[in-house]
Write a protein that binds this ligand. Structure first.
Ligand code: SF4
Length: 291
């Protein structure tokens, strides 16, 4: 199996076979992201992807889950993705789920029929980075999509029958735009109504534009308690029909998880009780936080 450069996948794909069908990210401009700065975006050739699949199959045919990397593999032409899905399902008879990362534009560029054909061919779950629902912040972080485009993309993926998993970045509004970020993100999520919602807490790796903004005094990182208060503000107006909520990533200060809407009050109460005491023993220490 040939991997090129660092390979990233969602936490829930930890047990999946990862196949790089594209390399890097076709957008590669978000100011907080270092994942693919060292890679020039390109699609891999089908014959190379097939060779990887055959190599894995020569050792093990019991693969149940596959994740198609890199950063926005859904940008690939639908015909090519359909061929990859066919090869996977023909090679591994037990495959039950195939996941993929997508940008909002990757979804919008495909018409509904294309997305539906991918779903019918076995594409199961799409991971979409929402990051924020605030228009100004989306522009500032160079997300490459407007609030409305993100809403349209999320709805379109769901309409095609794909499972939608979205991520939001706690703290991306800095101290100044905490409330705007929290409220606008909640209202955006209410419109999309995703099946999975993951909340990451902002970390600032060296070399990112956001790190330079902090050095220049243009962005102020919220304190851990402010990060938690922002989550409370975001959770309060959330009205999701059936969503697995995860805020237990290594970047988060306080691990939280539940299913919305039924666990909303319980989650809010956990946050409020920690915010009342401000006992730092409840928080993940800074040195244990990671991306
Ligand atoms: S779209 Fe995703 S992978 Fe690409 S630069 Fe933005 S955060 Fe990074």
């Amino acid at each position: 199996m040939r991997y090129e450069g660092a390979v990233y996948r969602p936490p829930s794909e930890a047990k999946s076979l990862i196949i790089q069908v594209t390399l890097g990210c076709s957008h590669n401009q978000c100011i907080f992201c270092v994942s693919y700065l060292d890679k020039k975006f390109r699609e891999r050739e089908l014959e190379d992807i097939y060779a990887d699949i055959d190599e894995v199959a020569s050792h093990y045919r019991g693969v149940e889950r596959v994740f198609l990397a890199d950063g926005d593999a859904l940008v690939m032409k639908t015909d090519k993705l359909l061929k990859i899905l066919e090869k996977l399902y023909n090679t591994f008879p037990q495959v039950e789920r195939v996941g993929i990362y997508a940008t909002p534009h990757d979804i919008l560029e495909k018409d509904l029929e294309e997305l539906t054909s991918l779903k019918e061919a076995g594409l199961t779950i799409v991971y979409l980075g929402v990051e924020s629902g605030n228009e100004e912040l989306l522009k500032w972080m160079r997300k490459g999509a407007t609030r409305q485009e993100i809403i349209d993309a999320g709805k379109k993926a769901r309409q095609a029958g794909l499972i939608l998993s979205v991520t939001v970045i706690n703290g991306i509004g800095g101290r100044e735009k905490m409330a705007d970020h929290a409220i606008d993100t909640a209202t955006l999520l209410n419109e999309i109504d995703p099946e999975y919602l993951g909340l990451l807490t902002l970390m600032v790796p060296e070399g990112t534009t956001i790190a330079r903004k902090i050095q220049k005094g243009e962005f102020e990182m919220p304190e851990p308690w402010e990060m938690l208060a922002e989550i409370e503000m975001m959770l309060e107006p959330l009205e999701l029909s059936n969503c697995v909520f995860r805020c237990n990533h290594a970047s988060n200060y306080l691990p939280l998880k539940g299913t919305l809407p039924q666990d909303k009050e319980k989650l809010l109460e956990s946050l409020r009780s920690v915010l009342r005491t401000k006992d730092t023993r409840h928080l993940r220490p800074e040195y244990l936080r990671a991306l």
